[in-house]
Design a protein around this ligand. Structure first.
Ligand code: RM4
Ligand code: MN
Ligand code: MN
Length: 430
């Protein structure tokens, strides 16, 4: 039962779907031509788009209440890459993988790099973890890490980040992402100014050790695990720190790390304007850092974020080169399916943002015509670009219907046999 996910087999699966896709695609092509849009140019853009998947997202996640393990979960970094390869084969948009240390600490970095390359993958970004204590660790992060009051804890946290850089260098990564859990649960617990000073001082050591060509991404978050205050609480603080550190330090926007009702697309525009937008952790949320599948709750917001990104791309804003990455936790779905459908939503938002008639929008803005300005955005957002996304995948060797092909392949059932339940290397509960 089932089949291997190889190019021939995926092409064979596409065969039965191609005729109706071509019909839809041609029809959409005619509709877009009436709007002076070349569908082929959009398909090319969809094919060129890249977003990285998180190694920690292929295992089942959990909440602070419980984790319900899924069948055939990856038990180590090699098996995580195996799942990432399955996603890559079906989607073709996701050759990059983000790793989390120590969850993914390799025994031999050169071997892991080769293993990724043989799968057509590469390591995009390293992520440090000083928000948990790890076995064998000398000092605890219970009261913080890079911003801890005790210098020896800060030193330990710095050393951990330096280790991430070393491993990442051997793996061929190009960036390092730092998110810390430092913060206070109660008023008075942390001295706001001094804690931030300590954080910057620690980060400076990490920044100075960045390998050539690397970028440092710092990720802010307003609350959790600390519930009263966090050290890197918002994009303004993040921008300030990135600027203090230097030209290779940037702010990373995790879509779930904002207070309710924050205008995230405006935050994105600000960071672009100030030359400090480093990248994204895509996910979606209803209340907090829910880490739900991208585009599942607020697809219009995702579109508006991409509207800013495409606008900057078109204007060739100097230094604009954000790293697109996913950061999700899949508690009730098959993680591979969630990641694939999230990628679809992300590329959808990107293609729709490319459909915005920017000359018309500028004219409506100049004429103080808010109604037509919004309608210009809505016209793009309401265009069903699914045939473009499917055609882009097909032309790149991926699946027209990734979830259907994945399910038919029996991949999960095979993994259930090949990977009997055992120790997992990632917590996945954060
Ligand atoms: C945090 C943050 C980080 C991620 C961890 C697992 O909330 O989003 O990016 O590395 O979760
Ligand atoms: Mn994140
Ligand atoms: Mn998060």
């Amino acid at each position: 039962m089932g089949f291997d996910l190889n190019v021939e087999r995926i092409a064979a699966e596409n065969d039965g779907r191609l005729e109706s896709l071509q019909e839809d695609y041609d029809h959409l092509g005619l509709q877009l031509a009436r709007r002076n849009v070349d569908i082929e140019a959009l398909t090319d853009r969809a094919m060129a788009f890249r977003v990285a998947v998180p190694s920690w997202g292929v295992g089942t996640g959990g909440t602070r209440f419980a984790r319900y393990p899924g069948p055939g979960e990856p038990r180590n970094v090699n098996e995580k890459l195996e799942d990432c390869e399955a996603i890559f084969k079906l989607m073709r948009t996701t050759p990059g993988v983000s790793l989390h240390i120590p969850w993914d600490r390799p025994e031999n970095a050169a071997e892991l790099r080769q293993c990724a390359e043989l799968r057509g993958l590469f390591i995009e970004s390293m992520n440090s973890n000083t928000f948990q204590d790890h076995p064998g660790q000398r000092l605890s992060y219970k009261y913080g890490s890079l911003a801890h009051v005790d210098q020896s804890v800060r030193r330990q946290a710095i050393e951990h980040n330096l280790e991430c850089l070393h491993i990442g260098f051997d793996l061929g990564a190009r960036s390092h992402t730092v998110w810390i859990g430092d913060g206070g649960n109660f008023p008075g617990q942390f001295h706001f100014r001094k804690a931030l000073e300590r954080y910057i001082e620690s980060l400076r050591v990490i920044y100075e050790a960045l390998p050539e060509g690397w970028r440092l991404f710092i990720e802010h978050k307003p609350y959790e695990p600390a519930f009263y205050s966090t050290v890197l609480s918002d994009w303004g603080t993040s921008y300030y720190c990135a600027r203090e550190l230097g030209s290779r330090a940037f702010s990373l926007v995790d879509l779930g790390h904002h207070l309710p009702n924050t205008n995230v697309e405006q935050v994105v525009a600000r960071l672009i304007q100030f030359g400090k937008l480093g990248g994204f952790h895509f996910n979606d949320s209803k209340f907090g850092d829910d880490d739900l599948d991208a585009g599942s709750v607020k697809p219009f917001q995702l579109f508006l974020v991409f509207n800013e990104l495409v606008d900057a791309e078109r204007e060739c804003v100097p230094g604009f080169d954000p790293a697109y990455m996913i950061d999700q936790s899949h508690n009730v779905t098959d993680p591979i399916e969630s990641l694939m459908t999230s990628v679809v939503e992300i590329v959808r938002a990107y293609v729709q943002a490319n459909l915005v008639d920017r000359d018309a929008l500028a004219a409506h803005q100049s004429a103080n015509d808010p109604l037509m300005a919004l309608q210009t955005l809505k016209l793009a957002f309401n265009t069903d670009v699914a045939p473009i996304l499917a055609m882009a995948r097909h032309r790149a060797g991926g699946a027209i219907d990734p979830v259907a092909v994945y399910r038919a392949s029996g991949y999960r059932q095979r993994m259930q046999c090949a990977r009997p339940a055992g120790a997992r290397s990632s917590a996945g509960i954060v």
